[in-house]
Design a protein around this ligand. Sequence first.
Ligand SMILES: C=CC1=C(C)c2cc3[nH]c(cc4nc(cc5[nH]c(cc1n2)c(C)c5CCC(=O)O)C(CCC(=O)O)=C4C)c(C)c3C=C
Ligand SMILES: [Fe+2]
Length: 419
Amino acid sequence: MHDEKKGSAGFTRRALLGTAGAGLLVGAGAGVAGAVAYERPAEGSATGGGGALGTGRVPFRGEHQAGILDPQQAGVRLAAFDLADGAGRDGLRTLLQRWTKAVDRLTAGEPAEEFDNQVALDAGPCSLTVTLGFGAALFDKAGLADRRPAALEPLPAFPGEALDPARGEGDLFVQIGADDALVVAHALRTLQKLAAGTAALRWQSAGFARTPGATARPMTGRNLMGQIDGTNNPKPGQDGFAAKVFCTPGGDQPAWLAGGSYLVFRRIRMLLDHWEELPVERQERVLGRRKSDGSPLSAPAGSGEGTAADLSVQGPDGGPAIPSDAHIRVAAPAGNGGAAMLRRGFSYHDGALPDGSPDAGLLFLAFQADPRKGFTPVQRKLSRGDGLSRFLRHEASGLYAVPPGAPAGGYLGQQLLEG
Ligand SMILES: C=CC1=C(C)c2cc3[nH]c(cc4nc(cc5[nH]c(cc1n2)c(C)c5CCC(=O)O)C(CCC(=O)O)=C4C)c(C)c3C=C
Ligand SMILES: [Fe+2]
């Protein structure tokens, strides 16, 4: 399932995933997203860029789109565009062809042919990835209603959420990640210019994750609650990994989505003023894992995040060591009919709200083979019985069909338009 194409920096995507495996072996127990050993190529080993971080290059083409299995970059911009009235199928095709041409060049560290504004001129690729998704409304607008996947039906309403459609949804979604903020901003600006007249920017959100090299050794990242986040993600190489994350045609899954995925986006604000009032031991019981090393409360402190959580272990008080409303218990696949997803969220911090509280939280992103069997049942349960939910507010949402990677010589989304 992994592509073998070599990037100019002299490593393959398989090599990246292999590095993820190495991360596991050293006991980090880390998942793909934000969690893997994140080795950069040696300084000067590739085109452009001054340092090792700049030369990282992620192949854009392959069976799956980049930005799903690849390690998280330090910076991300999520954005969605709405297709203009009258653009139709031809307008969409032309737009996807122009975006593909630009992304091909930008991910190689080269300026776009059209509309390049020189913002990223001195930088290498910086591990830039651009991941595209299609929102449900796109299919009618582009005359493709008969190809809309059944699984793209709107997510149900969940208790406690207050969603702002102006900061979510949208026809064409992009996740733009890179290890340099200018490279990220440049890529979005280029896509926006190329879309002029065909699609208009609906919303955008900026996020961040650990910068590679910030810690003494590669580690799973922390979120703004201070928790190690990403530990128990499905991992490539595990039995059934691909079936959890990528679509297999058949049933009501369309053929054009083979090798693609579904992405759920949620902008989730953290009530940090309340959270930070809790003593660390209480915070740990809300999650079910320790803050220090991510070890589950069912195992001794210091055993590390790679230790499997045992939901049957009793604590000293005779109750469950991992409380009944602990986040990892309520979210666990075991209690949700096996529901699984690959989480790849980024933190955001957009200053303060009018009441002075931080406008900060998680840009939750989860890739999965079918949201009806992944995100929806888990979120339904979390919204009722999760101790962590008391400290969270879901503020925006999006569900997108993520097409497979661009075929050799072809364009992103070609399978939908011409399959
Ligand atoms: C509907 C799915 C989920 C939402 C929404 C969600 C929000 C959310 N989660 C954290 C922090 C952590 N989550 C962790 C584990 C975890 N979370 C989900 C699902 C959702 N989380 C799953 C399926 C799991 C794995 C459960 C298991 O089987 O162990 C963890 C623990 C470490 C880890 O495994 O990643 C943390 C930390 C936040 C802060 C948040 C919303 C802002
Ligand atoms: Fe979670």
